[in-house]
Design a protein around this ligand. Structure first.
Ligand code: CTP
Length: 396
């Protein structure tokens, strides 16, 4: 059956590309309906969207075309997927703050379908702290972004802010609806994610920059490929994923204990977590008071969880990560052997759009006598591709 795509168009010069997007989506056999903001109508007449979509175009919350339904609720319910393209700084700001003052924003608040936003704006606007904050809020609320590409912008600047090409957005929509094979069905997969915290005293701890995004994406990908997933998570600010068991842990030792307890039953262990290699040797029971002069905290090694799992490996498939700042392939390969892992997913955390806190990543998948590069993919998409590649190589 044809899927229903609701396209919300907000006002920027890229509105003309949204017309092409409707054309591509209808050619790809989707039903498309369009809502426009008042600003969008300053750029393109609704008639263009009506002709392309072969449906009425909506823009006025109070202009009810059908007395049997309330249009913004009806449209929200009708959609299998909502795409906001172009998404201006204004519409992003409104959605991040729950403002519903026109047809687009009221419909977005009423929506239960996934909502994707494809921003398009001037490079400095895209970089503005308020816009970044709003995008981060929407990410945390579960919205997906189709990142703008870099290039010549209508304002004359060259930079990031161009609406992603209609062909590319259409490809993503097509992929989204493609039935996924479930190669991990019946497999128990343990995924570790996020940083660990090693306490110094009751008010201080040592940690690292891991946000847990890649680990959570791996856990969700494993779930979507059919696995029974246990996510062992260090402290993160991410919403808890659904459809899996989540165990919250704090220190490297807690993480080890949680994984070890289920290791025998596991088929696959994915160690995405950025585990502390050292912890303070003495954890002070009371807050450490400052003293004149310098001080030092004596550190001791934590358990290398992946290496320990590698030593006791029986039937399990072990997948480790390696965060590197240089010589990625050679360090990744060394970790594969040293930790007796089956695969290492290595990334250069200094590369733009890669590593801690970003939504995209570029990695090398390193196996025994095998290396494959995956470049500049959203972490969610990358996670699926990595697990599908591994499942295929392992004959799952
Ligand atoms: N790892 C682990 N336990 C540790 C340290 C790391 O299980 N105490 C795992 C990580 O989860 C990851 C892999 O080992 O899957 C590599 O982690 P990384 O921090 O890149 O490597 P290290 O072993 O810490 O090596 P180095 O400090 O030399 O980079």
């Amino acid at each position: 059956m044809k899927k229903n795509i609701l396209l919300c168009v907000s006002g920027g010069i890229a509105v003309y590309k949204a017309v092409a997007l409707v054309s591509k989506l209808t050619q790809a056999h989707f039903n498309v309906k369009v809502i426009m903001t008042a600003s969008a109508r300053q750029f393109v007449n609704p008639l263009s969207f009506q002709v392309m979509s072969k449906n009425d175009v909506f823009f006025d919350t109070f202009d009810e075309k059908d007395s049997q339904v309330i249009a913004h609720i009806d449209l929200a319910d009708w959609a299998d997927l909502i795409v906001v393209a172009p998404a201006t700084a204004n519409v992003i700001g409104k959605l991040a703050n729950g403002i519903a003052d026109d047809m687009v924003t009221t419909t977005l608040l009423a929506a239960t379908a996934p909502v994707w936003l494809a921003p398009a704006m001037n490079v400095h606007m895209y970089d503005h702290p308020a816009v970044k904050r709003n995008i981060a809020t929407l990410h945390a609320d579960g919205y997906r972004f189709i990142e703008p590409s870099e290039g010549y912008l209508a304002c004359g600047y060259v930079g990031k802010g161009r609406l992603e090409e209609p062909e590319k957005i259409t490809d993503l929509v097509v992929q989204h609806f493609m039935p996924k094979a479930q190669p991990l069905k019946g497999k128990k997969v343990i995924v570790s994610a996020g940083p660990t915290r090693e306490r110094v005293d009751p008010v201080r701890f040592m940690t690292n920059f891991s946000t847990g995004k890649m680990g959570y994406a791996m856990a969700e990908a494993a779930r979507d490929l059919g696995a029974d997933v246990v996510l062992v998570s260090g402290p993160t600010n991410l919403p808890k994923p659904t459809g899996m068991q989540v165990i919250d842990v704090e220190s490297a030792q807690n993480m080890f204990d949680a994984i070890w307890a289920q290791y025998n039953q596991a088929d696959i262990v994915i160690k995405t977590a950025a585990v502390a290699d050292y912890r303070p040797k003495n954890v002070h029971g009371q807050k450490m008071k400052k003293q004149p002069g310098d001080t030092a905290i004596e550190l001791e090694r934590t358990t290398d969880i992946l290496a320990t799992l590698g030593q006791h490996k029986e039937h399990q498939l072990l997948i480790g990560f390696a965060a590197e700042t240089n010589d990625v392939e050679s360090y990744g390969t060394q970790k594969l052997t040293k930790k007796n892992a089956d695969y290492i997913i290595a990334n250069d955390v200094t590369e733009a759009g890669s590593g801690f806190g970003t939504d995209t990543n570029s990695v090398l998948l390193i196996g025994k006598e095998f290396t494959q590069k995956f470049a500049h993919l959203p972490k969610t998409e990358l996670a699926i591709q990595l697990l599908e590649t591994i499942a295929e190589r392992e004959g799952l």
